[in-house]
Design a binder for this molecule. Structure first.
Ligand SMILES: Cc1cc2nc3c(=O)[nH]c(=O)nc-3n(C[C@H](O)[C@H](O)[C@H](O)COP(=O)(O)OP(=O)(O)OC[C@H]3O[C@@H](n4cnc5c(N)ncnc54)[C@H](O)[C@@H]3O)c2cc1C
Length: 399
């Protein structure tokens, strides 16, 4: 039996976190700060994140503050000063009042994923993270959980499944859970050196296709391209040629950014969404991040919600005297919120990927006619989130 996460007689509580992505690292930090003994098991031999940008919204930044790393993240990120939606010719359909957004909720920032990942990784105590530790079996045994990885079997008081959209822990412990569903569109993501700081940002919508641009710190830009496509379709070695073909005649600076890009920098992923689960909790196991609520990226909230999950889980475990009622409260608070955001994100994706000329003309008109204040108001329930405090009423509302 492994020493890593076993319960100890002195009463120190122990947790095994499966998955060392943003959600797993955040859970590891949050639980460690609450006095738990934690192991984060990651199947990859080295820890790292993909070469792409990530939007962090005021809610996610508040969660990062609660993890003690918010200021570090802000120093490495770039505040979004220009956002909104254009058509493929570059005409603005809607401009986000970023100053008003900042005033009401706080800034939205863009960061390179690898930078966020490094900040989270170094915030964990040495020895907490185990690379090359693929979890092959999990079990629930009354007050304990068992986790098998390699030759080792570890016991702990809590299992946090943060193993992503394809979660094998979810398949094992939530056998009735629905499978992820293809959203009907695919993305190409790339980071480009721009030599100077780009002043533009935002999304541009066409017919069944769209592009997003976000300046990053260090004179780089993050570009994401989206298109309706059959699931699994690929152009090996020619993904850059494919997006140049699709988007090379769109408005500046899209062609210029694509011209400056390298094929090796292009990441291609089909977009999936996880249909709503009936519970995030079973026994002493809990789902967190994409394992619980993988959502389409149209609101840029997936990682932000994983950060909220982590902070909330640790706060509720602090506030409740027993693990079971803390987990019931976690399910009660996190499931409706994340599933609502997931549904909203899906709906935006459907309209953004409309392909027919009449539908896209109507959509663009609607976007033009929607006042900016209505957009900000609609975001309020997402961006208003505050981390629960130790004496937070959240604890009293346990489900
Ligand atoms: C195109 C795109 C753009 C996006 N943009 C944004 C954005 O701008 N803002 C935002 O907030 N979100 C965004 N997201 C969503 C965001 O990337 C995810 O929500 C977030 O990364 C989920 O983190 P996670 O830790 O839950 O899962 P993951 O990042 O998937 O991490 C899971 C980890 O578990 C490990 N693992 C899996 N199985 C095992 C096992 N058996 N044993 C051990 N380890 C295992 C994996 O190797 C992996 O490291 C985007 C997503 C996509 C696809």
């Amino acid at each position: 039996m492994g020493e890593a996460g076993h319960t100890d007689g002195a009463g120190e509580r122990s947790a095994m976190v499966v998955g060392g992505g943003i959600g797993g690292l955040a859970a590891g930090i949050a639980l460690t700060r609450s006095g738990w003994r934690v192991k984060v098991l990651e199947r990859a031999a080295t820890f790292g994140e993909v070469g792409a940008g990530l939007s962090l919204w005021p809610n996610g930044l508040r969660a990062l503050d609660a993890l003690g790393v918010g200021d570090q993240v802000r120093r490495q990120a770039l505040v979004e000063t220009q956002a909104g939606i254009r058509d493929m010719s570059g005409r603005w359909l809607s401009r986000t009042d970023t100053q008003e957004l900042d005033r009401r909720f706080g800034p939205v920032v863009m960061i390179h994923r690898a930078r966020l990942f490094d900040i989270l990784r170094t915030a964990l105590p040495a020895g907490t993270l185990c690379a090359d530790a693929k979890v092959t079996r999990v079990g629930l045994d009354g007050q304990h959980v068992e986790v098998e990885h390699g030759e080792e079997v570890s016991r702990a008081d809590l299992l946090v499944a943060a193993d992503g959209i394809g979660s094998s822990v979810r398949s094992a412990l939530w056998p009735q859970a629905p499978k992820p569903r293809y959203a009907g569109y695919t993305t190409w993501r790339l980071v480009v050196d721009t030599q100077q700081r780009l002043s533009v940002g935002g999304e541009s919508w066409g017919r069944g296709e769209r592009v997003g641009i976000a300046p990053l710190a260090d004179d780089r830009a993050y570009l994401f391209c989206v298109a309706n496509a059959p699931e699994g379709q690929r152009n090996p070695g020619n993904e850059l040629a494919e997006i140049r073909r699709r988007f090379g005649r769109w408005h500046a600076p899209i062609p210029q950014l694509l011209a400056a890009a390298d094929e090796e920098a292009v990441l291609r992923h089909d977009i999936y969404t996880l249909p709503p689960l009936a519970s995030f909790v079973t026994g002493r196991a809990v789902l967190l991040g994409d394992a619980a609520h993988a959502m389409t990226p149209n609101l840029g909230q997936g990682a932000n919600q994983a950060l909220e999950d982590a902070v909330t889980l640790a706060a509720l475990l602090d506030a409740h005297s027993d693990v079971e009622s803390a987990l019931a409260s976690y399910d009660h608070h996190r499931r409706p919120r994340t599933q609502l955001i997931g549904r909203r994100s899906d709906r935006i994706g459907v309209a953004a990927q409309w392909q027919s000329a009449p539908a896209t003309a109507l959509r663009d008109l609607m976007v033009r006619l929607t006042p900016g204040s209505a957009l900000l108001n609609s975001l309020a329930p997402i961006l208003d989130w505050q981390p629960p405090g130790r004496d937070d009423p959240l604890a009293d509302q346990a489900g």
